[in-house]
Design a protein around this ligand. Structure first.
Ligand SMILES: NC(=O)c1ccc[n+]([C@@H]2O[C@H](COP(=O)([O-])OP(=O)(O)OC[C@H]3O[C@@H](n4cnc5c(N)ncnc54)[C@H](O)[C@@H]3O)[C@@H](O)[C@H]2O)c1
Length: 253
């Protein structure tokens, strides 16, 4: 059992934490006493997450961040250090997801391709690049949010699927490059999970894919939190470059 008291006073940066999975990660670490930095472009949603962390008795700041801009990701790290004095865990969760324009690969809009790659791939890189030199070297943790869709190849989303495949590849490269320092880099690949974003995709979202899971129920944002806590813990210090699929047993990789 992971001793979650180890997160008390640690600083956890969660990108895209204005709602959905990012908010669940923020609340999950806050409940264990971590200081939370919410990095999102959505200021109203970020303020709501700050209020929820506050309610959990932990400290949070929201830093309006555009993960596609290096100046913005550098400023995020400065703000985190100024507020809490360390950067211990970074969760790269911000992405273009439910709002993406979908089409078969032969009809995808090249501009939409570039927008998806800018946020989902370049964004995860820039946040990690800004964070790594400033993060706690012996025990720092980078956790990238990929998607189980990489392993199923969902049609009409090739740009999104490719972006999440890139996240898994980057996770492996970063893990090798920084392993000597003690910083680990891993990915979580969630299956379809009920968030405001995913619920907007279809009417039957709450039953979508459920029958093909070993655990036949809908996935909730909280289902992702335990894996993030484990990967962030000292107990996971010898695990790096890995991708953990959290989808109730839909696909086995
Ligand atoms: N919900 C699912 O079914 C599911 C499944 C697999 C993977 N994921 C992944 O989980 C993560 C969260 O998904 P979600 O369902 O909570 O979606 P979401 O749309 O609620 O979360 C994405 C967040 O990223 C933020 N964001 C977008 N562009 C940004 C930018 N340039 N800079 C900073 N922030 C930006 C958005 O404002 C939003 O708050 C995403 O990486 C998504 O791809 C979700």
């Amino acid at each position: 059992m992971v001793d979650t008291s180890q997160f008390a006073g640690k600083t956890v940066i969660v990108t895209g934490a204005a709602g959905g999975l990012g908010r669940a990660f923020a609340e999950g670490f806050a409940a264990r006493g971590a200081n939370i930095v919410i990095a999102d472009m959505n200021e109203a949603g970020s303020a709501e997450t700050v209020a929820l962390v506050d309610k959990a008795g932990a400290k949070a700041i929201a830093v309006t961040t555009n993960v596609t801009q290096k100046a913005s990701t550098d400023a995020l790290m400065d703000a985190a250090l100024a507020a809490f004095g360390s950067i211990d865990v970074v969760i790269n969760n911000a992405a273009m997801y439910a709002t993406i324009k979908r089409a078969p690969f032969y009809e995808l809009d090249p501009d939409e391709w570039d927008r998806v790659m800018a946020v989902n791939v370049k964004g995860a890189w820039l946040v990690s690049a800004s964070a790594f030199p400033k993060m706690t070297q012996a025990t720092g943790r980078i956790i990238n949010i990929a998607s189980a869709t990489v392993f199923s190849g969902s049609p009409m989303w090739m740009h999104y699927v490719a972006s999440k495949g890139a996240v898994i590849g980057m996770t492996r490269v970063m893990a090798r490059e920084v392993g000597k320092t003690g910083v680990t880099v891993n990915a979580i690949a969630p299956g379809f999970t009920l968030t405001e974003a995913s619920l907007s995709l279809m009417e039957d979202a709450d039953t979508y894919g459920v029958s093909s899971r070993a655990i036949p129920r809908a996935s909730q944002p909280d289902d992702m939190v335990g894996t993030a806590l484990f990967l962030a813990s000292a107990d996971a210090g010898y695990i790096t470059g890995q991708t953990i699929v959290v989808d109730g047993g839909k696909q086995f990789i």
